[in-house]
Design a protein around this ligand. Structure first.
Ligand code: GTP
Ligand code: MG
Length: 370
């Protein structure tokens, strides 16, 4: 369906329009410079003139670098990545705090989560769980749309006094679309007007049938404030994780996903990366989205500098050329030249896409033409 005028194509190839007309004539097509030709003919011409065709599409921009698959023998168990979702003020941050035994929510401006926090908590039995605190679901929807679903399990937090609210339903829909298993944490059961049973009943309307209602979605009553039900919640997370047999190869060049990124006044661009596989180390050269870099420092969720980060571990990474986007893949590559090339290519493609006026695919199809 895409077409391009002969002149336009000539411009992109830095050839004379008349020469293209001549070549087309030899191919048995009588056209003028102002007439359009179809994509196949255009491609033919491009090769005829000795140029390389570089097809550029959305898919290519999202495309990760080719990397080797891991063999089954190299896989080792990894911690589950658990996202805490739910309506505003239903107690996501409080619950996370209770689970990690610290007090971040109290220190937040107005108690509202400003960013996506990522923490790894070591349980009594030494097993680990990685938690992601989500301020809104947009970042996650965006990440999923870009094919970067990092979440293994979702804890849906529903306040027992408030019940199902718009963002609760949004989170339910997100889980269903992403096919991520959900555990319902009915929070604030310490409150006088708490009605956990009503929450379970309302969940039925959204086809979420919890265990208490003879379904297979795990549910648990908790109070982040009084710290009740927490052990049971952890057990349910661990049970779910066991069923999933989550594994990754820690002994390879690291790959990860940007959870959040910002420009820090003192430290420059900083990205929180969740390592998906491999081990990220200080000194590693990487490409992340349309940026590149060399790991200058890795900082764990306690603010401590660490030398490396393995699968399921969230770390802050310093040493980036710029600020990437949430959901961008990070990949360690073997040379700085390669990292820069890939980053530059991606950013030029992104730039093309943003400035393209003409039908995107043809416009970009020849964007890399030299
Ligand atoms: P956003 O990040 O703004 O979406 O909120 P959130 O879901 O993280 O809620 P947050 O943890 O900030 O808690 C909101 C309010 O509910 C705070 O005032 C908490 O003290 C209170 N709260 C949280 N959990 C409980 C609970 O189990 N019982 C009672 N009574 N209050 C709670
Ligand atoms: Mg919060």
């Amino acid at each position: 369906p895409e077409a391009i005028t002969v002149q336009e194509l000539a411009n992109r190839m830095a050839e004379k329009g008349a020469d293209l007309v001549k070549a087309l004539f030899k191919m048995g097509m009588a056209v003028t410079v102002n007439q359009t030709i179809d994509q196949d003919t255009a491609e033919l011409l491009v090769t005829e003139f000795g140029h390389n065709i570089k097809r550029v599409s959305d898919a290519d921009v999202e495309l990760e670098l080719e990397t080797a698959e891991d063999s089954e023998a190299d896989l080792q168990p990894r911690a589950p990545v658990v996202a805490v979702m739910g309506h505003v003020d239903h107690g996501k941050t409080s619950l996370l705090d209770a689970l990690r035994g610290s007090g971040v929510a109290g220190g937040e401006a107005g108690g509202i989560t400003q960013h996506i926090g990522a923490y790894q908590v070591t349980m009594k039995d030494k097993s680990k769980i990685t938690f992601l605190d989500t301020p809104g679901h947009e970042a996650f929807t965006e990440m999923r749309a870009r094919g970067a679903d990092v979440t293994d399990i979702v804890i849906l937090v529903v306040a027992a006094d408030d019940g199902l609210m718009p963002q609760t339903i949004e989170a339910i829909n997100h889980c269903k679309a992403a096919e991520v298993p959900m555990i319902v944490a009915i929070n604030k059961v310490d409150k006088e007007d708490a009605n956990p049973q009503r929450v379970r009943e309302r969940l039925l309307e959204h086809e979420v049938i919890v265990e208490e209602m003879s379904g297979d979605v795990q549910d648990v009553e908790v109070s982040a404030l009084k710290k009740t039900g927490l052990d049971e919640l952890i057990e349910k997370i661990q049970l779910q994780a066991e069923l999933m047999e989550l594994k990754a190869n820690p002994d390879r060049a690291a790959e990860g996903t940007v959870i959040e990124a910002k420009l820090d006044k003192g430290r420059g661009p900083v990205a929180t990366i969740l390592v998906n596989r491999g081990t990220l180390k200080v000194g590693d050269v990487f490409v992340v989205g349309a940026e590149s870099g060399k790991v200058r420092a890795l900082i764990d969720d306690h603010g401590k500098q660490v030398k490396k980060a393995g699968p399921s571990m969230p770390v802050e990474v310093l040493g980036l050329s710029g600020v990437p986007m949430a959901g961008d893949p990070l990949q360690v590559v073997d040379s700085e030249t390669r990292a820069r090339e890939v980053a530059e290519y991606r950013s030029s493609v992104l730039h093309q896409k943003r400035t393209a006026q003409a039908p995107a695919s043809l416009e970009s199809m020849f964007s890399a033409l030299k």
